[in-house]
Design a protein around this ligand. Structure first.
Ligand SMILES: *Cc1c(COP(=O)(O)O)cnc(C)c1O
Length: 386
């Protein structure tokens, strides 16, 4: 099957020609001074989009390597950890926490809802033993966000560590690693940044390093080790293993574009695209997945499907018949996602996604007013531009 005409999936996303040109640069020896300089520059640019002066580690192997390595580094046996669950990735974090030997506490809500700062505060008041809070800033499979801006400072003020999956949060929502006192953040390149999959962007605070060094179980001499990156690369200029040279070049190109546009402008572009998409979906007669608009993410718009329509079928139909790759619910529920991430956050991409979804649903027997949806979305788009 040929490549789709449009990739409007929830990551990896379509990347720009400039990012592709970065990926296509000559592959240098990793100790070539030119590549060493590129690597260091790229770390600094990641720090700029995360708004932090913490150490940045670029771990090769997709965001999951950073998420798992960081959690293994922080968790000590029996440690009381509070995990916030409002979707698939949060649920998975809980399985890891228990598996790595911590005492697992959870606040869990429906996957169309969000854990509130008030719930976290009440739980922490009742359980002063909690030493770390784990949360997912943006639950991509269901398109909801958590209020990190309030939960982060709350934990910092109580001396509780924070472990934050912001793989699709960074650039998809306002982000302040240092101002919010976030200890351990893991971001991804292949979501709102519009870079290649295959690299984890990890920021580690001083307090997190203290916890990691106090943990005899923290991985060392391991692919999952954060300590190896700190001591070998940041400390001695020696890579723990060969980085993927092309991914680093592609990442730097994506970062350059985001920084030239401006971090706040990129976030605003995602929010604007989300508004256009939600407006169109509602006018088409579709129901948003998130129970309230305030918790709907700006990087994907999730739409609730009627029970008898299978979400994977809708995704496959839009791809096969209309050449548009959408994302299904990935186990989060019977939903379909119109993604507006990276280069696809803006302009007519939302219109293409809405048209492909609307027509696919109609083909599958669902009553939708495609014309009204596209009209409303175009109206919202022009209102932003004129
Ligand atoms: C994409 C993503 C990840 C990385 O997971 P993959 O399954 O490797 O794509 C982790 N957390 C969140 C919230 C994500 O959106």
């Amino acid at each position: 099957m040929a490549a789709p005409d449009f990739t409007l999936s929830a990551g990896p996303v379509t990347v720009t020609a400039r990012t592709l040109a970065g990926l296509g640069k000559p592959i240098l020896y990793h100790y070539d001074p030119e590549f060493r300089a590129t690597f260091t520059r790229t770390q600094d640019k990641v720090a700029q989009i995360l708004k932090t002066s913490n150490d940045i580690l670029l771990m090769q192997g997709e965001a999951i390597v950073g998420l798992e390595g960081a959690l293994r580094s922080l968790i000590t046996p029996g440690m009381p950890v509070l995990n916030l669950v409002q979707g698939v990735f949060g649920k998975g974090t809980g399985y890891w926490i228990a598996d790595f030997g911590a005492e697992l506490h959870e606040i869990e809500v429906g996957y169309d809802d969000a854990v509130t700062p008030e719930q976290v505060e009440a739980y922490l008041d009742e359980h002063p033993e909690i030493r770390m809070v784990c949360l997912v800033a943006s639950e991509t499979p269901s398109g909801t966000v958590t209020d990190v801006s309030r939960i982060g400072p709350m934990c910092r003020d109580r001396g509780i560590l924070t472990y934050v999956d912001t793989v699709s949060g960074v650039l998809g929502m306002p982000w302040e690693t240092d101002e919010w006192g976030l200890d351990l953040c893991v971001a991804g390149a292949q979501k709102c940044l519009g870079g290649p999959p295959g690299i984890a962007l990890v920021s580690v605070s001083e307090r997190a390093w203290e916890a990691i060094y106090a943990n005899p179980a923290a991985p060392r001499d391991s692919y999952l080790s954060l300590i190896d990156w700190k001591e070998k690369w940041l400390g001695e200029g020696r890579f723990p293993y060969t980085p993927s040279v092309s991914d680093v070049n592609g990442l730097e190109a994506a970062l350059d574009q985001a920084l030239e546009e401006g971090v706040d402008a990129v976030v605003a572009r995602h929010e604007a695209a989300a508004h256009v998409t939600r407006t169109g979906a509602r006018a088409m007669g579709l129901e948003l997945w998130a129970v309230r608009e305030g918790i709907a993410s700006a990087c994907v718009t999730s739409i609730r499907l009627p029970d008898h329509i299978d979400n994977a079928l809708v995704r496959d139909h839009a791809r096969e018949v209309y050449g548009v790759m959408l994302s299904h619910g990935q186990g989060a529920g019977n939903l379909i996602r119109l993604s507006h991430m990276g280069p696809t956050a803006g302009g007519l991409h939302s219109i293409v996604g809405l048209a492909a979804l609307g027509r696919s649903l109609a083909d599958l027997g669902v009553t939708v007013d495609i014309g009204a949806g596209l009209e409303a979305a175009l109206g919202a788009l022009s209102a932003q531009r004129l």
